[in-house]
Structure formats: structure tokens, C-alpha cells
Design a protein around this ligand. Structure first.
Ligand code: COI
Length: 355
């Protein structure tokens, strides 16, 4: 159990008003969690401080070789006025999976969850209440050694910041257009595609710029070896409903094991859908669309929740999905997932955790 020292701000910020559009990840609360790691001493000095800028040496290793990781989860205000998290234990587990790949020391899962609960509790008045909004929680770790050699750092900072947020896409639940990228790749076999680390997102930016220039909102990545199999969108995992079955790429090491992905699979199975986690080629997708079997496409992610896809572009093919409308399954998943998160539906799987 962490002994967290709490220093509260003496200058609380103005909270956004309930009619102010929040956007995603633009506003930050009054406090932050910080904990240091020093080789030989382990994680130490857990504390909550007023939200502040960092002072780091320009030689800090994170700036040069990108040794860092991050997580994302949300806190929701229930009708009972209590604050709830969604499966924070899964974020704690995934943190250490990422840490192992990045040579960052593990954080005990219970300490991770305690830190999240404590900072959210301190800033619980910042959890927004307008429908569709939540408090986005961003835990992250950076390498802080002042050293230009390429090696794992001996010192780190683990921090958690909080951001009252609305929908990730400015279009909200309206179906998005997705660009299937056929030139660049995001991750390769044996690389770090499964890890939640900045490098994967940096690698995705060029594709995103390309897609935006063509008026698509996101990029769907193909595998890095054959550039043939569907992987993920970068800010979300991807699902297809083909001929009544739910199909999603299997976790092959280059795809992020999304918590919303896992929850979606469990929900679909509980509703009697056959769910296939397997390789799915872009050719199979184009064929399914041409034969009328591609019924729905949607993304899943903590920030994106369930995001219907209305249009998919691959080279010269522009596929309109479900006439550009939200599909029945996508809508049901969105309603159920958010219903559980906000406490409006029974939590049959025991996913909600009270702060
Ligand atoms: C999340 O969904 O929490 C993520 O971390 C995706 C991020 C790129 C916004």
C-alpha cells in the first residue's frame, strides 16, 4: 500500500461550465499524482501535488530515445453521484506488459489502482456530468536519467493527470471515414505494437496526416510484413460484422490489447454472437463488401468508446458501410458499454469500481 503525501492547491482553477464543449484532452484538473523510481531504491515518494510544469534536464533520456509508456482510462459520475472507474485492474496489468517491453520497472498493480483512485478522489468535483462526458485519466512513465547513451534509464517518474473530456472524435457518434494505409506501417513482428508507448503513436502520425488531407478521420493499419492483414486504427481496435459474425484481428503482438476490445468481445458473446479473433485480409474485406456481407464496421477504445465507421478507403476502392449509418450492433454496444460505465445498466460482469 502506498503512503501518498497530499498537498492541495491553494489556487483552484475555474472548472468548465456544464454548457461548455470540452473537446478531448484539452483541460486539466487542479492536481496530479507523481512517484519517483530510483534503481536500488524502487518506486518511492508517492505524492499528489497541484498540477504543475515539470523541470527536467534537456539530457533526460525520454527526450532522446522515447523510453516512456502511457495508459488511458476514464472516471464516470453515476446517477447516485458517486464516481466510478471501468476495469482499472486491466490498465494496471497492461502497464506492466508495456513496461517489460520498454525495460521500465514494473509497478505493483494494487499501487497503480490505488494511485488512480486517490487522484480521482481528490479531483472528484472535476468529473463532468453532461451526457457523454467523463474524466479522462492519463497515467504515464518517463525515463529521467541525464545521459545520452542508449540504455535503460535508472530513474523514472510515474505521473497521472486528469482531463474532463467529451467525445474523442468531434463528430461524436456519427460514423467516421477511415483510410486503409497501403504505404506506411505502424508496427512490425517482434516490435512494440502491443505496447502502449509514444513511439507507436509517433509512427502513426504520417498516415494520419495523409488521411486528414484526403478528408478521412483515422487510419486503419495493415500488418508490417505483407501489408495485407488488418491490424488496428491507432486510437482504437477494429471490428467487422460479416454475414452475422463478429470478426476482429487476433492479438498477434503488433496490435494493442484494448480493454474496450476485450469488453466488446465479452458482450457480443453474451448476446449469442459468434466472435472470431483471427487474421483478416484487406482482400477479404473488399470481397465481403462487394458481396453485401460486410454489415457493420466499428472501432473500440477507451477514448473513442464505440465508434461506427461509415466509409473505408483502400487504394481505389471507397466502401460505404451500412449506407454510412450507425449499425444496430454498434449502437447496442455503445448503449450497453456506456450504460454500464455510467451505472444506468446492471454491471453483470463486475467491471465498475467505485472510487
Ligand atoms: C485511449 O483510448 O485511452 C487511448 O489511449 C488512445 C489515445 C490515442 C487517445
Amino acid at each position: 500500500m502506498l503512503d501518498i503525501k497530499i498537498t492541495k492547491t491553494t489556487e483552484p482553477k475555474q472548472k468548465p461550465s456544464s454548457d461548455q464543449p470540452l473537446g478531448f484532452g484539452k483541460i486539466f484538473t487542479d492536481h496530479m499524482f507523481i512517484m519517483n523510481y530510483t534503481e536500488g531504491q524502487g518506486w518511492h515518494d508517492p505524492r499528489i501535488e497541484p498540477f504543475h510544469k515539470l523541470s527536467l534536464s534537456p539530457a533526460a533520456m525520454v527526450y532522446h530515445y522515447g523510453q516512456e509508456m502511457f495508459e488511458g482510462l476514464k472516471a464516470y459520475k453515476g446517477d447516485d453521484n458517486e464516481v466510478y472507474l471501468f476495469r482499472p485492474d486491466m490498465n494496471a496489468k497492461r502497464t506492466n506488459v508495456t513496461n517489460d517491453r520498454l525495460c521500465i520497472p514494473n509497478i505493483p498493480e494494487e499501487d497503480f489502482v490505488q494511485a488512480v483512485k486517490t487522484i480521482v478522489d481528490i479531483d472528484r468535483d472535476w468529473v463532468p456530468t453532461t451526457p457523454g462526458t467523463s474524466l479522462y485519466i492519463r497515467p504515464f512513465i518517463i525515463a529521467t536519467d541525464e545521459f545520452l547513451g542508449v540504455a535503460p534509464s535508472a530513474t523514472y517518474l510515474f505521473m497521472i493527470i486528469l482531463s474532463p473530456s467529451g467525445a474523442y472524435y468531434s463528430s461524436g457518434l456519427a460514423p467516421v471515414g477511415i483510410w486503409i494505409e497501403d504505404e506506411y506501417v505502424r508496427a512490425v513482428r517482434g516490435g512494440m505494437g502491443f505496447a502502449k508507448t509514444g513511439g507507436n503513436y509517433a509512427a502513426s502520425l504520417i498516415g494520419q496526416v495523409k488521411a486528414h488531407n484526403e478528408d478521412y478521420s483515422q487510419v486503419l493499419w495493415l500488418d508490417g510484413v505483407e501489408r495485407k492483414y488488418i491490424e488496428e486504427v491507432g486510437s482504437m481496435n477494429i471490428f467487422f460484422k460479416i454475414d452475422g459474425k463478429v470478426v476482429t484481428p487476433a492479438l498477434n503482438g503488433s496490435i494493442l490489447p484494448g480493454i474496450t476490445r476485450n469488453s466488446t468481445i465479452q458482450l457480443c458473446k453474451s448476446w449469442g454472437y459468434e466472435v472470431e479473433e483471427r487474421k483478416i485480409s484487406v482482400d477479404e474485406l473488399v470481397e465481403a463488401q462487394h458481396s453485401g456481407k460486410l454489415e457493420e464496421v466499428f472501432g473500440t477504445g477507451t477514448a473513442a468508446v464505440i465508434s461506427p465507421v461509415g466509409k473505408l478507403r483502400y487504394v481505389d476502392d471507397v466502401m460505404l458501410i451500412n449506407n454510412g449509418q450507425i449499425g444496430e450492433l454498434s449502437q447496442k454496444l455503445y448503449d450497453t458499454m456506456t450504460g454500464i460505465q455510467y451505472g444506468k445498466l446492471e454491471d453483470k460482469f463486475g467491471w465498475r469500481v467505485k472510487v
